[in-house]
Write a protein that binds this ligand. Sequence first.
Ligand SMILES: [Mg+2]
Length: 123
Amino acid sequence: MKGYLDFDKIRELSGRDGESGAIHRQIIKLQEEVGETSAAYLAYVGAGNASATSLNKDDLRMELLEEVLDTMIVGADLVNALSVPGDEKEVKDLADRKLLKWSSKLSNIEARKREARMMEFIK
Ligand SMILES: [Mg+2]
């Protein structure tokens, strides 16, 4: 993540528009970006209900990537707005717990798949 999203720059920019207290506006903006990500994905996979486009597959992939990054940037801006200034540890600890939870969930899925393969082998 550090390689392609500059969280220090996002922190520097967060709140510079003077609207940092307007959490509800940031949440609505986040939902807007998620919606744009969904629309870009539908176009990328050529879903029947996607808007007509003349873009090629690589352009559509880049549009999808752009919307995902918009979503991440707005999400990071929202994290900055909700975090206590100077207390990065609180956010870091919470983020670490979320990653640990995801990792644990993936480990459980992998274990169930291994078990299913073993059961297939035994049959
Ligand atoms: Mg966007």
